[in-house]
Write a protein that binds this ligand. Structure first.
Ligand code: DX5
Ligand code: ZN
Length: 219
């Protein structure tokens, strides 16, 4: 089994004046993934950043770029986000009428494919796609902003997906949790079957190195 437990710090909570320094600090703390939230102000209320940011970070770091697209009709942007240097592209199930087409587009670009589901979206909706996916992102808050409080019921969905994936023999499937994750609740996330841990505010407040070390003790 090649599935690993990993942190994917979300730069949404970063300090954009010092983003390069902060990413270097993550690398020194042995972080491997970087979570990049792309928001369009339509699928979610907020607007974050997109192609120019990914493109400018790409040559500066070898971190694995985990792009989380919170945009409607993600099919319009998959290729360009891939070309900017994302390694994994996760789109929202709720944001497109063409889930199959989105997966195909990500695969055609040679990238890892993920589907994200909001807290109210049932697991059953994404099961037909499971075999084709590298990752499922179970949102543990309603997407749109960092620093929200986690909705604990979402862990039940993680458990459900992990059970179904195991039954299907999909032991390498990554399950990511995103939203309100901290060093107090990360163990519950892992016990539920999540293995990729996104954290924004719990990583970027105070000392990044100390925060990552605290998370890593629990992974
Ligand atoms: C929220 C984003 C998250 C966000 C997490 O919609 O998808 O990635 O940055 O931030 P925290 O960990 O502060 O909830
Ligand atoms: Zn995210």
């Amino acid at each position: 089994m090649s599935r690993k437990n990993l942190m994917s710090p979300s730069i949404l909570s970063g300090d954009f004046w010092r983003l390069g320094e902060q990413i270097s600090e993550l690398e020194k703390a042995d972080v491997e993934w970087l979570h990049i939230d792309v928001m369009d102000g339509v699928f979610v209320d907020s607007i974050s950043y997109g192609m120019p940011v990914i493109r400018s970070l790409r040559p500066k770091t070898s971190l694995f770029f985990d792009a989380h697209l919170m945009i409607i009709e993600p099919e319009r942007y998959i290729k360009v986000i891939a070309d900017c240097g994302a390694d994994s592209i996760t789109f929202h199930y709720e944001a497109t009428k063409d889930v199959q087409g989105c997966i195909a587009e990500i695969k055609a670009a040679g990238k890892q494919a993920g589907i994200a589901i909001k807290p109210d979206t049932p697991v059953i909706d994404i099961i037909p796609y499971l075999e084709q996916l590298d990752m499922v992102l179970v949102m543990t808050v309603n997407p749109g902003f960092g620093g929200q409080k986690l909705i604990p019921e979402c862990f039940e969905k993680v458990r459900e997906i992990r059970t179904i994936a195991d039954e299907m023999g999909l032991t390498d499937l990554n399950i990511q949790v995103d939203g309100g994750i901290n060093t107090e609740n990360v163990t519950i996330a892992l016990d539920s079957g999540a293995n990729i841990i996104v954290a924004g505010s719990a990583v970027f407040r105070d000392s990044i190195t100390d925060n990552i070390n605290k998370f890593c003790e629990k992974l």
